[in-house]
Design a protein around this ligand. Structure first.
Ligand SMILES: *Cc1c(COP(=O)(O)O)cnc(C)c1O
Length: 382
């Protein structure tokens, strides 16, 4: 099983059909109480399933599948992607510690660090996503948090270099890998200790589930499982089922998302209204060399910077689109568009015009391009 290619793993991993009357997909299990046949069975380790919060076949199937894809030692599931982030951080950090976080990090992760972690006596500082972190490590730096590419600005980080510097210092390395998924970036293989996914995005893939996953290497497995258990976390059977069903088509969906994103970004790069396109899979992107070195592909999320334009012009472009919804999140089959607001503290983000983020969904690329073309005509006429 371990030697199977990733595309095979996504269709085969975590299947338990022999336990479910041959049903290909593990059904939804809803359980809190699980009955024991006798008192002896209640001894730890005697029964695979003991209580709903501690796991059902629905959650174990998904955990097993993610573990095979990530190649880690321990996977936990959380009720949202943000909760996967906070659980991973809390499993390595404590009062008096310092945490280094990339300036390109997902906004709610930053907010957690600046509020809850601060209250618990943890100091967070932010580093420029492409900085050499060695001089930023302090005697009490316990962990370094990465997100590559950042989900608004798409800087690609040199993860092996960051991991090398952090580990030489005795600090743990965490990475939010939602953009690439385990199929396009091998997180543990590049030296990261805790690999985080908002399964809400590509894993679920259909815009109908919030779920998160964390995979730990051997050295971080026990702390992760303990922290997750202590906080009483569990993903619902329905959500595990949906995430597992999404996983089965993840490889083919990602290929299509990339293909469409490449068509859109090439087209956008030639538009007179566009100052630059930000997508690591383009040779013109500053992150291209690192992306090429470390990633097996690109997903469907990218941004472009407009030449200076008014708010009304941005609204004229975005609001009349037929095939792009205006909304948070991404990774589903649907195409989305969102003006981005960048908050930075370590290094200012250099943009003269408005930044627009696009998720290339599974629509036909030429319908999407025609839609954007009309959007640019509205922008010009405003
Ligand atoms: C969406 C997202 C999350 C959070 O996932 P939720 O399920 O919405 O909590 C975390 N990290 C990144 C990069 C995301 O895009």
């Amino acid at each position: 099983m371990k030697k199977d290619k990733p595309d095979t793993k996504v269709v085969s991993a975590g299947r338990m059909s022999k336990d479910h009357f041959g049903a290909v997909n593990t059904p939804v299990y809803r359980a809190s109480t699980i009955l024991f046949p006798d008192l002896a069975s209640m001894e730890p380790g005697r029964q695979a399933y003991t209580y709903g919060r501690r796991g059902t076949p629905s959650s174990r199937s998904l955990e097993d599948a993610i573990a095979q894809l990530e190649g880690g030692a321990q996977v936990v599931l959380t009720p949202s992607g943000l909760n996967a982030v906070t659980t991973a951080i809390l499993s390595v950090i404590g009062n008096g510690d310092h945490l280094l976080v990339t300036d390109s990090v997902y906004g709610p992760t930053r907010h957690f660090c600046d509020t809850t972690l601060k209250r618990l006596g943890v100091e967070t500082s932010y580093y420029a996503p492409t900085a050499n972190i060695a001089p930023l490590l302090r005697p009490n730096t316990k962990a370094v948090f990465c997100e590559s590419p950042g989900s608004l600005t798409f800087e690609v980080q040199d993860i092996p270099a960051i991991a090398g510097a952090a580990h030489a210092h005795g600090a743990s390395v965490l990475m939010d890998n939602t953009w690439a998924t385990p199929l396009l970036f091998d997180v543990h293989g590049h030296g990261v200790d805790l690999s985080i996914q908002a399964g809400t995005k590509y894993l679920g893939g259909h815009a109908d589930v919030n779920i998160g996953t964390v995979s730990a290497n051997e050295a971080h497995a026990a702390r992760l499982k303990d922290t997750h258990g202590n906080m009483g976390l569990a993903a619902s059977g329905d959500d595990c089922f949906l995430a597992l069903r999404g996983l089965r088509t993840l490889a083919v969906r990602l290929k299509r998302h990339q293909e469409t994103a490449l068509k859109l970004t090439h087209w956008l790069a030639g538009r007179p209204e566009v100052a630059r396109v930000i997508y690591p899979a383009l040779p013109s992107d500053p992150g291209y060399a690192l992306w090429k070195r470390d990633f097996k592909g690109a997903s469907g999320l990218f941004a472009f910077e407009l030449k200076p334009a008014s708010e009304r012009q941005v609204a004229a472009l975005v609001e009349g689109l037929h095939h792009f919804g205006i909304g948070y999140s991404w990774g589903g089959f649907e195409s989305l568009i969102l003006p981005s607001h960048i908050h930075r503290t370590a290094q200012a983000f250099d943009a003269k015009g408005p930044l627009i983020r696009i998720h290339a969904g599974l629509d036909d690329a030429y319908d999407l391009i025609a839609d954007l073309e009309q959007g640019f005509a509205r922008l010009k006429g405003t």
